[in-house]
Design a protein around this ligand. Structure first.
Ligand code: 4LM
Length: 397
């Protein structure tokens, strides 16, 4: 059999084959789930060498496992990074990166519109270690640069941001990070590497809540970090070893399975979302709609420049604000009223009282999360059915 040169393969091919292909020992086409916590040593001497880092190999699943490793190979390839490391959740990955880069007295500069859990980490938990976060409106890059001081250890951005779908100029931000010699970390959860490749635009570290589009089926909680090999080696040896937020082999396998269909799913999420966004924009009971693929999105041109397509997330406000929005959420039937996103199932939620309830009233106002803002994760159902569900729910308002 001739060998295909995967280094020249296109993205969709890498989603299917990027973890390394058929298992050489058994011929298994699907990566086996190595559901083992520990791995036998060939000898006492080999055990000592593995622990000393003098020999490569698996010996304990908190520090490495073949199923995790297959996922890490694949994610590194898909993001165009040198190496990757899985975590038990997106928050495990985010807190792990920050604790790897910051010491007591240090700070990070972050965009002010992030997932509510990330905001809470900044506001409540990191200050316990005297690590401070300067949250700025990073759609204005001068604010990022102005916030950097001698103790700033990283810049953190989310683009598109949860839930406002505002975008940050990744190339511009990477230039600032290089000038100040600090890494740019981007949460690429909303876009996935299929729609946006931040490392090619100069970002140094990419993180994902793999719970979302990477898994894609709403059945796994996980996180992934992609970056330079030295950084990832250190992250594994210090943060993962000592803090222990390790992914289970079964969850790693579910993500590998999800990745095989990532481009197919994302294409459908994007076309469905555009149709739903257009429908909502024309509906008389809707105040406004935000979707990066609509020309009415204030950063539509930036979206065209740095994204391949515009994703599956929409935000909007029903006329009548929060109470009208609540009526809508209570009236949908096909769409599920739940947090999380990126699943096959369409999901609807109210950020101000749910995913972003960690923001104070003033903070919500400051970042543009209005009281009436509704977030819709457009799933893979037939778009006609999603629109019909919304149409019927809107009639009840
Ligand atoms: C949600 N989000 O929005 P884990 N980064 C981004 C996210 O949206 C999330 C995380 C990290 C939601 C969860 C309930 C952009 C989570 C955190 O949940 O720890 O895998 O990811 O609905």
């Amino acid at each position: 059999m001739s060998k295909f040169d995967l280094s020249k393969a296109k993205f969709a091919t890498l989603c299917v084959h990027g973890s390394g292909g058929v298992d050489p020992q058994t011929g298994a086409v699907s990566v086996p789930i190595y559901q083992s916590s520990t791995f036998a040593f060939k000898s006492a001497q080999q055990g000592a060498a593995l622990f000393a880092g003098e020999e490569d190999g698996y010996f304990y699943t908190r520090l490495g496992n073949p199923t995790q490793a297959a996922l890490e190979r694949e994610m590194a390839v898909l993001e165009g990074g040198e190496a990757a490391l899985c975590f038990s959740s997106g928050m495990g990955a985010i807190s792990g990166i920050i604790l790897a880069l910051c010491r007591c007295g240090d700070n990070l500069v972050s965009t002010d519109t992030v997932y509510g859990g990330t905001h809470n980490l900044y506001k409540e938990t990191l200050p316990l270690w005297n690590i401070r976060t300067k949250e700025v409106n990073a759609t204005d890059l001068s604010k990022v640069e102005d916030a950097i001081d001698n103790n700033t250890r990283l810049i953190f951005i989310e683009s598109p941001a949860n839930p406002t779908l505002s975008l940050i100029d990744i190339e511009g931000c990477a230039q600032i990070s290089r000038k100040h010699n600090i890494p740019l970390v981007i949460d690429n959860t909303f876009a996935t590497p299929y729609l946006q490749r931040p490392i090619e635009m100069g970002a140094e570290i990419v993180i994902h809540s793999a719970t979302k589009y990477i898994g894609g089926h709403g059945d796994t909680v996980a996180g992934i970090v992609v970056g330079k090999r030295d950084f990832i080696t250190n992250l594994r040896a210090k943060i993962l070893r000592d803090l222990g937020a390790v992914i289970s082999p079964v969850n790693a396998w579910l993500l590998l399975r999800g990745l095989k269909t990532l481009p197919v799913r994302m294409d459908r999420h994007c076309t469905n979302a555009l149709e739903v966004a257009k429908f909502l924009s024309l509906h008389p009971k809707i105040n406004w709609v935000r979707y990066p693929g609509l020309s009415t999105h204030p950063q539509h041109q930036l979206a065209i420049r740095q994204m391949k397509k515009f994703g599956g997330m929409i935000t909007f406000e029903v006329k009548g604000g929060r109470s009208a929005g609540e009526k809508l959420m209570n009236s949908v039937g096909l769409i599920t009223l739940a947090v999380s996103l990126g699943d096959c199932d369409s999901l609807i939620e109210h950020p101000a009282s749910m995913t972003h309830s960690t923001y104070s009233e003033e903070e919500l106002k400051e970042v543009g999360i209005s009281e009436g803002l509704i977030r819709l994760s457009v799933g893979l159902e037939d778009p006609y059915d999603i629109i019909t569900d919304l149409k019927l729910a809107l009639k009840k308002i």
